[in-house]
Design a protein. Structure first.
Length: 355
């Protein structure tokens, strides 16, 4: 089996961050989303991975290299513009050949893995097998209508009146039968080749298409709220480790990871918290569910349930909560009174808040 990982989207819901970095490289618990995806693929025993990339290929390639650190071999497959999920299958045709493959959206987090579902697919080998999960509002998703034995009867993309609450969650298993289906469909009303149309073509042609329900944690990290929620979830599984320096006046409570080269001085850190390498935390309180990247400086501040990306600087801010601070951004103080507040700050920004 091979893998096709999609990382060509523009990430409009994550602006301003996606202006300056691919959304698939947003760090969660100090690791880019794509790192989690590649590890999940490797857990399936897959080593050959085709990675669909758009205009942000240089940044993604710089971050992932040849994939060897994740135990896979990456082949970069350029896409000139987002033209639908089925279009990515078409442009990956030579790479995929006639092999079975898993298609995985590069901004999806399924930390519990899909190993059991992959085994089901390998054992039965339907033409396609989709991964679904019950959702409260199916109107924002592709929806699968299922028969009593898990067979897919119908797929509908973002239905106005859903007849099922089983949403497609961005992982698909295919045999080579999908290529004929992709060749047979035409662009949808929004001008894209929809993978739901291709799978529906298989259903209508009498091919076996099945669905497997995923009961684990799933998040589409397409907006700030979901990034922060996913960060909280992953930090819940954090184990303490101190590779950096913590002075005698500092207090660590709960699960705290301090990476090599980081320093904590006269500060209180209440986990789960991860502090990246070469970061300095001085005279500050770091509350639960916070990830601080590499090379950051946090001085005389209090923050919790937040993410600070690499080289961010936070000074004199004592009520930062539920915030996402971009790379090399600077958050400081002004001379006005304040209470708690929330920030979404893009890369290289400068923000002053009330002192």
């Amino acid at each position: 089996m091979k893998a096709l990982v999609l990382a060509g989207g523009s990430g409009t819901r994550l602006r301003p961050f996606s202006y300056s970095m691919p959304k698939q490289l947003i760090p969660i618990a100090n690791e880019p989303v794509l790192a989690y995806v590649l590890r999940a693929v490797r857990e399936l025993g897959v080593t050959e991975v085709g990675l669909i990339v758009g205009t942000r290929r240089p940044e993604i390639e710089a971050a992932l290299g040849d994939g060897s650190r994740y135990g896979v071999r990456l082949t970069y497959l350029p896409q000139d513009a987002p033209r639908g999920l089925a279009h990515t299958v078409s442009i990956a045709r030579d790479f995929l050949a006639d092999d079975d493959f898993v298609m995985y959206l590069g901004d999806n987090m399924l930390p519990d893995g899909v190993v059991d579902i992959a085994r089901e697919f390998t054992a039965r080998r339907p033409a396609a097998q989709v991964v679904v999960q019950k959702v409260a509002d199916p109107r924002s998703f592709g929806v699968a209508e299922l028969g009593p034995d898990g067979e897919v009867l119908r797929l509908v993309e973002k239905p106005r009146e859903p007849h099922s609450d089983m949403a497609l969650i961005g992982v698909y298993f295919f045999t080579a039968a999908i290529h004929e289906a992709v060749d047979a469909i035409r662009p949808s009303a929004r001008g894209e080749l929809e993978i739901t149309d291709a799978i529906q073509w298989l259903v209508s042609s009498g091919a076996e298409v099945r669905a497997s329900q995923y009961d684990g944690y799933w998040k589409d990290t397409g907006n700030v709220e979901d990034v922060l929620a996913c960060n909280r979830h992953l930090l819940d599984g954090l184990s303490s480790r101190v590779d950096g320096e913590v002075d005698q006046e500092s207090v660590l409570v709960g699960e705290v990871r301090i990476e090599r080269g980081a320093r904590v001085v006269r500060s209180r850190v209440e986990g789960p918290v991860i502090i990246g390498s070469d970061t300095i935390v001085v005279d500050s309180q770091i509350g639960p569910y916070t990830s601080i990247g590499r090379g950051c400086v946090v001085t005389d501040s209090r923050l919790e349930e937040s993410i600070a990306l690499d080289e961010a600087s936070i000074t004199g801010v004592r009520g930062l909560r539920g915030s996402l601070i971009g790379r090399a951004a600077t958050v400081g103080i002004s001379d006005q009174g304040t209470d708690h507040f929330r920030l979404v700050v893009g890369d290289h920004a400068r923000v002053e808040v009330a002192a």
